[in-house]
Design a protein around this ligand. Structure first.
Ligand SMILES: Cc1cc2nc3c(=O)[nH]c(=O)nc-3n(C[C@H](O)[C@H](O)[C@H](O)COP(=O)(O)OP(=O)(O)OC[C@H]3O[C@@H](n4cnc5c(N)ncnc54)[C@H](O)[C@@H]3O)c2cc1C
Length: 500
């Protein structure tokens, strides 16, 4: 090994971020590097973060995880999308599914054919052509890569799970790969005088732990990246104004739904996450427009079952670090930024940032080119997700509360304005290469939030009217047949992943 290589990695924090980092880095680097994780039992993890997006399956594959075992050990369930209620207008409901609607044809996205069919009198919604929508509302699921011998793609899915059980599950995995965990509270950080790099962290019991590379997974406290290295935070609350949440689990409902619910309220929104043993709930709100007392009242009045504890209160500021990697410290998870749980993107950001870190893994020189490239790529990823989230708030016809009037009238990033204008013109979405969200996600949320394209792309004229009708009818038939053949979500869970 070259003497210049990093030998000791120290991770501070044992929440989802800390243990994902530990599990992934130990999988790749354990032969050459020692990994030490410090966490304090006296400082609780944030304890929420129970809904994911399909990219988590890539992490599972990298870690060699058995999905059924993971679902069993975390009381998990399947997620095919998010149902948004009361967002565009009170009474509206749409499902942002993880899959494409219909079948793309001749290099043209399916929704363009659907837009044309609307002009020709079809009253169907885009979701009538969605396999995910049909499966989700029939409460059905089984893994399906492709639909029979058709060119329709199968079911893209993610998971709901109990956050604390998930961290435990990852911990077992990481410790089995050689990660050493130390229980203790970090009370001080020593910097090298010449470089300003972190030299060591000191624990409450007097122990000092040295490292070459430090990973800050200490949550909103951001002990290293902010506390020791003073990296600033870019505040996005003028675009994503929610800054508080109250969360509580309740008794599970009768039916185990394969999707999350996100229901808009007067000054925020409420999540419902179905797990095998309970339903996770939380009301995300902005304290400039309502009080915690009122938000808690709304939450408790709208639960599906009896609450299992008193609601937990959380505070946050949406935004991100100006640098995610500074000197010899990389921040991950809540220490690096927080966007909003609306599209369940935080756990994905942890995993994608760890992957980038592995790609750009430094030597002891900590060359600025690695650091700058990492910061550029992660910054771009955050910015693109930010725009997608703002779309949900800004593109609304709600004017029934101060909060919604603020959101509808706020100025939004130019990058988002351009996307909305393009879609309103002829339903086009131009996906940027680093955007986490694919065209089908943008299309569903744009339509769900009531943007109605004035026209459609000329390529959708490549079929004559009769062919178009036949094509659309075939899509519906394929979806019905495929869904009929699926087992119920509950029976899939009972057969393969039932928790003890
Ligand atoms: C309201 C809300 C809802 C969310 N919903 C979702 C969701 O549905 N999907 C999703 O992907 N994400 C969601 N998230 C985000 C998700 O919860 C986090 O990204 C994830 O849990 C990672 O948190 P973390 O590990 O960075 O921080 P934490 O869970 O806060 O962990 C911090 C760790 O640092 C340790 N620590 C702190 N200080 C010290 C110290 N001095 N010494 C030693 N150790 C210390 C603590 O002991 C703990 O182990 C949500 C977040 C919030 C606030």
């Amino acid at each position: 090994m070259h003497a210049n290589h990093i030998k000791n990695i120290v991770i501070v924090g044992g929440g989802t971020a800390g243990w994902i980092a530990a599990a992934a880095l130990s999988k790749y680097l354990t032969q050459r590097v020692s990994i030490h994780l410090i966490e304090s039992d006296s400082i609780a993890t944030v304890g929420v973060g129970e809904a994911t997006i399909p990219q988590i399956r890539r992490l599972n594959a990298i870690l060699g995880l058995d999905e059924h075992q993971m679902l069993r050990e975390t009381n998990g369930s399947i997620k095919l999308g998010i149902e948004f209620n009361n967002w565009g207008k009170i009474g509206d409901s749409y499902l942002h599914t993880f899959g494409d609607a219909g079948i793309n044809l001749r290099n043209t996205l399916f929704h363009q054919y659907w837009l044309r069919s609307r002009v020709e009198g079809d009253k169907s919604s885009l979701w009538d052509y969605s396999l995910h929508h049909k499966a989700a509302y029939s409460n059905k699921f089984a893994p399906m890569e492709k639909v029979g011998n058709t060119s329709m793609t199968g079911l893209a899915y993610a998971f709901h799970f109990d956050a604390s059980l998930y961290a435990k599950f990852l911990r077992q995995l990481a410790e089995a790969s050689g990660v050493v965990r130390t229980e203790g509270k970090v009370v001080d950080v020593s910097l090298q005088s010449e470089t300003g790099h972190i030299q060591s962290v000191q624990l409450e019991n007097g122990q000092s732990i040295d490292g070459d590379l430090f990973i800050d997974c200490s949550g909103f406290r951001a002990l290293l990246i902010s506390g020791a290295l003073d990296v600033d935070y870019e505040n996005w609350s003028h675009w994503l104004p929610c800054n508080r949440a109250v969360a509580v689990g309740c008794e599970k409902s009768q039916t185990l739904l394969p999707y999350t619910k996100a229901t808009a309220h007067d000054a925020g929104w409420q999540w419902r996450i179905p797990l095998q043993h309970r339903t996770g709930n939380g009301h995300v709100f902005c304290d400039e427009f309502t009080s915690e007392e009122k938000a808690t009242e709304t939450l408790l009045a709208t639960l599906d079952g009896t609450p299992l504890s008193t609601p937990k209160s959380l505070k946050f500021t949406t935004g991100r670090r100006k640098k995610f990697w500074h000197k010899n410290c990389v921040s991950l998870g809540l220490a690096s930024g927080f966007l909003e749980p609306l599209e369940s993107t935080s756990i994905h950001l942890i995993q994608s940032n760890v992957s980038r870190l592995i790609e750009l893994f430094p030597t002891m020189d900590f060359d600025e080119s690695n650091i700058n490239e990492y910061n550029r790529l992660i910054g771009k990823e955050y910015d693109l997700i930010r725009d997608f989230l703002i779309l949900h708030y800004h593109q609304t016809q709600r004017d029934d509360s101060e909060f919604w009037r603020y959101c509808a009238n706020m100025s939004v990033p130019e990058s988002l304005k351009q996307k909305m204008n393009l879609f309103a013109s002829n339903g086009l979405i131009y996906k940027e290469p680093d955007d986490l969200f694919r065209e089908s996600s943008w299309v569903q949320v744009m339509l769900g939030q009531r943007i109605s394209p004035r026209s459609y792309h000329a390529m959708a004229n490549s079929l004559d009217s009769l062919q178009l009708k036949g094509f659309l009818q075939d899509v519906k038939k394929i979806i019905t047949k495929a869904t009929d053949a699926l087992p119920s979500h509950q029976s899939y869970i009972d057969t393969y992943c039932k928790a003890d």
